[in-house]
Design a protein around this ligand. Sequence first.
Ligand code: SF4
Length: 432
Amino acid sequence: MLIRKSIAGIVLERNIIGHRFKPNAISFYNYSKSVATEIPVYTEPKINLVGLNPKQIYEVASRIDPKINKFVGNQIYQWIYKKGCLEFDNMANLSLELRKKLGNSCIISYGNVRESQLSVDGTRKLLLEYKSEKKKACNTVDNGNVNDTSEEKHVLGYKENPGDLVETVYIPEVDRGTLCVSSQVGCALNCKFCHTGTQKFMRNLTSSEILGQYMQVAYYMADFDRKENERRKITNLVFMGQGEPLLNYRNLKAAISLLTCKDGIAFPTNKITVSTSGIVPLIEKVATELQVQLAISLHATEDGLRNKLMPINKQYPIKELIKSIRAFCSKSSDKNNRVTFEYVMLDGINDFPGDAVRLSKLIKGIKSHVNLIPFNPWPGTEFKASKKAKINAFYETLSNQDVSCSIRKPRGQDIFAACGQLKSNSLSKQWA
Ligand code: SF4
């Protein structure tokens, strides 16, 4: 059953999932005029092929039908990742028998859309539900240990849990569309200005769940159906949603590898940005292994203040952070890449002219761009946004020091979708 509400111009949707096997369906109300298709919602355990690489898909398929070869495995992979196919029945170049067998044992699921909100400025926030069998094993912070060989089970259909809910945000602009993806449910780092930081860390998202956020929105924006040379609706992908992506390194890496795989989604690496609060030992790997763009949540120029705003700074102070960023730049294969520094403007805290001067000195010699973010308030926060005049003065000071910078236009504030406002149980509370 689909319930829709419209409050002050915001469209809210909630899907009530029936406890039966037959897939039901929900739609994105008003999401994309060009797409009327619906995505099935599954409630029974089956193997989810989303999140599996070509080798893994072949392994799963050959267990179901030992007659198939790698070529057929690759055909299934392309149906899923290149064409956005959701039904095995539609995989026209597979035998009818194989399609039936796959349908009996596997699903193609991007996760269930539990709620969908549309801001007055066109920003869309989704509350997605993922149910993973590996809940207990996922419930630790991943330090990027590549020796961890524990296997993920891509199975859906277990009891509802707040640890299954996560938010993702699509921000359309005239010349681009940015998808802000989450990497964890909640966050362990407790940055004081961030709404997610008030939500206790519950678990890492699997690579399937990270990828599912992209595929869910790409499907509805008809990106899988676009013609050759036609621009994607999702042009940029930023890991700036809930959680610290580098503390879920293994799954982040697997998801990026699938996003950029030339045989599948083929998302350009220079349009993917991983944003970190400063997990120093893994920053270089963003250049050498992930090979994507880097953004740093900086927000302060002295350890004293940064320790208070971002407790992770006690472990990795500014000097070490800057050193690791310089190492990232020297290892990056594209020397034209710029590191983005995110700087939230907090009234009377970090918005003084001296902060701007220190910031320009700190990042001197690093090819970079500074994003000044007017603070986006959330219920219970102790902070206020800096006055417009102060933000402009800060911007002028940086510009006068030849620092490339801009002031970010807040998007999706009215639905708590703006930077630093995500918290996956906030919507549920509104509906309680
Ligand atoms: S800013 Fe990022 S790292 Fe800090 S609490 Fe929020 S989600 Fe976590």
